[in-house]
Write a protein that binds this ligand. Structure first.
Ligand code: NCD
Length: 336
């Protein structure tokens, strides 16, 4: 695809070459993401960062990535303080906000809403998560992380075995990740969820059509036993019609040091899109795993910066300007 001016709405728009191109640019963004160098490639550009659902990582990392490229960020992070509560349509919001920005990131509670918004926007739009549908930039940073973690173990993505755990019905990150993995060969996916929260059939079918080996596993301990990556997720309580029902599923798949030591092979990498639900009744990943070097969740979140910088640089067509307009940073950077 041509990235210049394109909206990033779904993983389905990418070919394998596109994904590898994003990752190659993300690698070039590393000195900027790690605050060794600063660039003015997007000097004067404005990002409209519109988050109409709770967010910490995605919102701040989109904003930071844009700032690290030298651009400015205008932000709405509270639906109740936006004109949506006055009944403004997606169409009108798109027309207005695209007059104020060079690119827009939008998170919205309704599936398909970001695509609709993009139709009326005069500038490119990036999907920061639309309901239970997709979260394409999370999937890109997840796969970028998977490849990096495997590389550190002298492996590549061929023959990857990955377990997806938790709320696979409403979890938009796993939906996008499955679509992304379908571009690769020799992958096997183990799906572990309560039966009521299982992966939508159409996604399973499209994985099978792409020759991914997909297995359901009722038994959590068995399912996490023979994989390279465990990707666990939070019960998406905000998507339940009856919020009380969510509590029925919390705490079903707890990963802690004892369980990891007993059931997983010693180099299994543990990932999570975050936030992990650390309330005692949920506790998807116990704090006692934090010192395990295979816990990749914080490296995974950090990788969001380089990947999102790469997307901005590609869509706004400044990849070649990034190094040219760069300099060593002048301020103190903690290397802890
Ligand atoms: C995820 C999301 O919003 O879909 N969070 C994120 O963006 N990293 C996952 C979640 O909220 O559980």
């Amino acid at each position: 695809m041509s990235f210049t001016g394109a909206s990033i709405l779904s993983i389905e728009q990418f070919s394998l070459d596109d994904v590898e191109r994003i990752f190659a640019v993300a690698d070039r963004m590393q000195p900027f993401a790690s605050r060794e160098r600063f660039t003015k490639a997007l000097d004067g550009a404005i990002l409209g960062n519109i988050f109409l659902e709770p967010s910490t990582r995605t919102r701040i990392s989109f904003g930071s990535a844009f700032n690290l490229l030298g651009g400015h960020v205008r932000e709405t992070s509270d639906i109740s303080s936006s004109a949506f509560v006055k009944g403004e349509s997606l169409q009108d919001s798109a027309r207005i906000l695209s007059g104020y920005s060079d690119i827009i990131c939008l998170r919205h509670p309704t599936s398909g809403s970001v695509e609709k918004f993009a139709k009326y926007s005069r500038v490119p739009v990036i999907n920061g998560g639309d309901g239970a549908n997709e979260h394409p930039t999370q999937a890109l940073l997840d796969l970028f992380t998977i490849k990096k973690e495997l590389r550190a173990k002298n492996r590549d993505i061929n023959n990857l075995r990955i377990a997806l755990v938790g709320d696979l019905l409403f979890g938009r990150t796993v939906h996008s990740l499955c679509k992304l993995l379908s571009l690769y060969r020799g992958i096997s996916v183990v799906l572990i969820s309560p039966p009521e929260l299982s992966m939508p059939e159409d996604i399973i079918e499209s994985m099978r059509a792409a020759n991914i080996q997909v297995n359901d596993c009722e038994d959590f301990y068995k399912g996490i036993g023979d994989v390279d990556i465990i990707y666990t997720t939070r019960i998406q309580e905000e998507r339940f019609e009856n919020k009380e029902m969510a509590s029925k599923y919390r705490g079903k798949f707890v990963l802690n040091d004892d369980i990891y030591t007993k059931y997983c092979s010693s180099d299994t990498v543990v990932m999570h899109p975050l936030p992990r639900d650390s309330r005692p009744e949920a506790n998807e990943i116990d704090f006692d795993l934090d010192s395990n070097p295979n816990l990749a969740i914080f490296r995974q979140a950090d990788n969001g910066i380089a990947v999102r910088m790469a997307l901005f640089a590609l869509v706004l067509d400044v990849v070649d300007q990034v190094e040219k307009t760069s300099s060593k940073i002048q301020w103190y950077v903690s290397r802890k």
